[in-house]
Design a protein around this ligand. Structure first.
Ligand code: SAJ
Length: 423
C-alpha cells in the first residue's frame, strides 16, 4: 500500500504525515526542491502546531519520503493550489493549471487499479477535467468517465476542510465528503480515507463534492459579511455591536458570527468567487458578501483617521508627534499567516499616511514585512504600544486578549475584534 501525495503545502504535507503515522508508505511529490530537501531532512517549511514532530518521526522511521518526480503508487492524492487568473477581462477565474500539471506529471506512473483523488478546492467540473487530462495522457488505460464501473483507474474528489492552526486534529476528526466519478470510485476513495479518518466518509458525486466545499466557505463568508455590515450600522447608530451580538445569539435560532477588520486567508475570500465565476448572474448574495468583506479594511482605515483627528483636536499632540499602534497583522489569531490579511491591509494604509509614526505589534513575526518597513513603520512590544495615542486592535491573538489593555482619557482605541469587551 503505497500512497503518493502531490503538492506538499498546508494540506498535502499534514495529510502525508498523518497517513505515514498510520504505518503506510507515503511518497510526497513537490516541484520545489527546497521543500523536498527540507522534508527529507525531517523538517517542515510551513507553520502548523505539532506537524514538525510528526514529519520528523515519519521520515526517521522510513514511512515518509519526498521527491520531485512522481513514482508508482496505489493511490495518488492531488493537493495543489487553485488560485485565480484573469481571463478575457474577467478576474477571479479559477486557475486549474496546477491541477493540469499535477495530472500530467502522475500520468506516466499510473497503473491499472490505481485511485486518483483530487483534494484541491475546485470549481464544479474540475474532477471531470482532471480525468480527461489523465485519459489523454494514458490512452492505454481506461478511465471512469468513458468506461464507468469497469475502468482501470478510479477517480474522485474529496475536498479538504481542515482549519489552519488545527489541521492535524481536523484531518482525523472531520467528516469527509467523497465524490467519485462513479459509485465504485466513491467507495474505493471512502475506503482509502477510512485508513486515517475517524469522522464519517459520506459518498456522493464528484460535482456535488466540488460544490459542497465551495458552499461551505461561501456560507461562512456571507455570515461574516452580515456581522461586518451589522458592525458598521451599529457604529453609525451608537450601539455596541459586541453586546448586541451576544444578546441576539441568545435566541435559539440566531447564531451571528464575529465582525472583524475584514476576511483574510486563502480560502474564504477566494472560494465564493469560484461559484460566482461559474454562475455570475445567479450569485448575487455571494458577490455582495465578498464586496462587504473586501470593503471592511477601508472602513477601518477611515475610522483610524477620524480618531487621529479627534486626538489632534483634543490634546496638545500635533501631526508630527502623534503615534498610532496597530495590534496584529495576521489574517486570524494565533498563527503566523499574513496571506490576504485585512489587518495587514489596514496597517499598510495607515502607514502610507502616517509613516514612521506607526507602531506594529505582531508576536508571530520577528521582523516586519518589507512593504511596511518601506514606510518607516516600526515593530514594537505590547507595553510600548500602549503609549500610542491611537490603538487599533486588529487581531485577537491570545497574547493581546490576556493583556490588561487600558485606554487613557487622551488616547483613542478602535477595537475591530471585540477584545476590550471580552473582559
Ligand atoms: N472571521 C471573522 N469572523 C468570524 C470568523 C472568521 O471575521 O466569525 C475571519 C477570520 O478572522 C479570517 C477569515 O474570517 O480573517 C477566515 O478565517 P476562518 O478561521 O473562518 O477560516 P480559514 O480561512 O482559516 O479556513 C476555512 C475553513 N472553512 C470553514 O470554516 C467553512 C476551513 O474549514 C477550510 O478547510 C478552509 O477555509 C479551506 O481550506 O478552505
Amino acid at each position: 500500500n503505497r500512497i503518493s501525495i502531490i503538492g506538499l503545502g498546508y494540506i498535502g504535507l499534514p495529510t502525508a504525515a498523518v497517513i505515514a503515522s498510520c504505518g503506510k508508505v507515503v511518497i510526497g511529490v513537490d516541484n520545489n526542491q527546497y521543500v523536498v530537501d527540507t522534508i527529507n531532512q525531517g523538517n517542515i517549511h510551513i507553520v502548523e502546531p505539532e506537524l514538525d514532530l510528526m514529519v520528523h518521526s515519519a521520515v526517521a522511521e522510513g514511512y515518509l519520503r519526498a521527491t520531485t518526480e512522481p513514482e508508482s503508487a496505489d493511490a495518488f492524492i492531488i493537493a495543489v493550489p487553485t488560485p485565480f487568473k484573469a481571463e478575457g477581462g474577467e478576474d477571479h477565474v479559477p486557475d486549474l493549471s496546477y491541477i493540469e500539471a499535477a495530472a500530467k506529471s502522475i500520468a506516466p506512473a499510473l497503473q491499472k487499479g490505481n485511485l486518483v483523488i483530487l483534494e484541491s478546492t475546485s470549481p464544479v467540473g474540475a474532477t471531470e477535467k482532471m480525468a480527461q487530462w489523465l485519459a489523454e495522457a494514458r490512452p492505454d488505460l481506461s478511465f471512469p468517465q468513458s468506461y464507468g464501473e469497469d475502468s482501470d483507474i478510479r477517480i474522485a474528489h474529496c475536498p479538504e476542510r481542515v482549519l489552519p492552526g488545527n489541521i492535524l486534529q481536523e484531518l482525523v476528526s472531520n467528516d469527509r465528503v467523497v465524490g467519485g466519478i462513479t459509485h465504485r470510485c466513491s467507495t474505493q476513495a471512502a475506503d482509502f480515507y477510512n485508513i486515517f479518518v475517524k469522522g464519517e466518509c459520506v459518498e456522493t458525486s464528484a460535482r456535488t463534492a466540488e460544490m459542497c466545499k465551495l458552499t461551505e466557505n461561501s456560507f461562512r463568508d456571507i455570515n461574516i459579511a452580515f456581522a461586518n455590515e451589522i458592525s458598521i450600522i451599529c457604529d453609525e447608530l451608537g450601539v455596541d455591536v459586541w453586546e448586541l451580538i451576544k444578546l441576539a445569539n441568545r435566541h435559539p435560532r440566531v447564531n451571528i458570527l464575529q465582525p472583524g477588520p475584514g476576511v483574510g486567508g486563502h480560502c474564504i475570500a477566494v472560494d465564493p468567487w469560484f461559484i460566482a465565476s461559474q454562475a455570475p448572474e445567479s450569485s448575487r448574495l455571494i458577490k455582495t458578501a465578498r464586496a462587504v468583506n473586501d470593503e471592511k479594511p477601508s472602513w477601518v482605515v477611515k475610522k483610524v483617521k477620524k480618531l487621529v483627528a479627534e486626538v489632534l483636536t483634543n490634546t496638545d499632540k500635533n501631526e508630527d508627534n502623534i503615534r498610532i499602534a496597530c495590534l496584529g497583522l495576521t489574517f486570524k489569531p494565533n498563527i503566523d499567516d499574513l496571506r490576504e490579511s485585512p489587518a495587514m491591509e489596514v496597517a499598510l494604509e495607515v502607514s502610507k499616511v502616517f509613516n514612521s509614526q506607526v507602531w506594529v505589534v505582531e508576536p508571530y513575526l520577528e521582523e516586519l514585512p518589507e512593504s511596511l518597513l518601506n514606510f518607516g513603520t516600526q515593530l514594537v512590544g505590547l507595553s510600548k504600544a500602549m503609549e500610542a495615542d491611537v490603538i487599533v486592535l486588529l487581531v485577537d491573538h491570545k497574547a493581546f486578549v490576556d493583556y490588561p489593555i487600558q485606554i487613557g482619557s487622551n488616547q483613542r482605541a478602535l477595537d475591530t475584534r471585540g477584545m476590550l469587551k471580552i473582559r
